[in-house]
Design a protein around this ligand. Sequence first.
Ligand code: SAH
Length: 370
Amino acid sequence: MRTVAADMGNADLRAWLTEEDPVQLDRLYTAADAARSAAVGPEVHLRGLIEISNACTRACAYCGISVHNHAIQRYRMGRHEILECARRAKELGYGTVVMQAGEDPLLTRAFIADLVRAIKCETGLAITLSLGERSREDLIAWREAGADRYLLRFETSNPALFARIHPEAHQPAASGQRPAASGQDEVPRIAMLRQLQELGYQAGTGVMVGIPGQTWDDLVGDLRTFQKLDIEMIGVGPYIPHPATPLAHDFDGVAEHGQQVPNTVLVALKMVALARLLVPDANIPATTAVATLNKETGREDALKAGANVVMPNLTPPAYRALYEIYPDKACVNETAEQCHSCLAARIHSVGRCIGAGPGAAPKTHRRTAS
Ligand code: SAH
């Protein structure tokens, strides 16, 4: 019988990724759920997500808020509005706030540092930033201000595919701020993830599954990259085409017959389970993209396949609809309270409980303790 354990070889990983037999898949999810239970326990940690700006200077070919999209109205939340959302997070009992945005130069080093200090001082919450590729100086300043974590998905570990969906990523940035490409064999965002870990951040990353041109071997490479980085957080979601992006209309990139990964919830769930088995003590969210493609049971299915985190949305409803990285995003019409009670019910329905405190990955404690 095929191995389902932390020491799986690449052939096993590939076989699991293409597995369709429900009996076998049940074995995979059961093993991942047991690994999750042993490494991080029954608690599901809630991270309150604040989408602080949809302004973006980058041209990521898949993303609905990239510079390509001239049709959307842009917004940037003010300091006071963001602080209000952080207070809601505290009131709702969350241990962490996540501030995410497009790559927006007007979210300056000083503005974010001040915000981090204010949130930390007032709420004591763990603070996660997800502001794209930023300079080492920015990252140092925000860490000093009190930021605990940073999320930056590398999206795909295949450098050629990465370059195709990030058209300008390999050109030197005018400001010289962005991390340089680190050669052909590694995507450039990996260097920034290492830098984050070196600066004392808990680093989160992740990938999209089903990008046009993405193969099964690419996903095996993604899993090995999570392992190699010994990363603290791993987010996986299906790629969802957005009509206002170049990638939605580009079919040239589809991989050879049988090799193209479909952008389904099923593949995302298999990736969640395999990521849990390979990096048992990582934090793994049940992502909004999974919930978007399966609004009925997507979150629950992810929680049963190895996930231990969910990210309720705290963005004020007026802005939320404008942070349209892909269409028909789950929870887009809900208030923070509605989002909270819906997710709490889903967590309880799968026999789990809501975690208290910041909910750092256990390896972080090890690191701090050693
Ligand atoms: N500017 C930040 C935040 C980007 S949005 C950054 O670059 O890190 C957060 C994540 O949403 C991205 O990392 C990407 O994995 C995901 N995403 C963007 N567009 C998507 C799409 N069309 N389908 C699915 N996921 C998408």
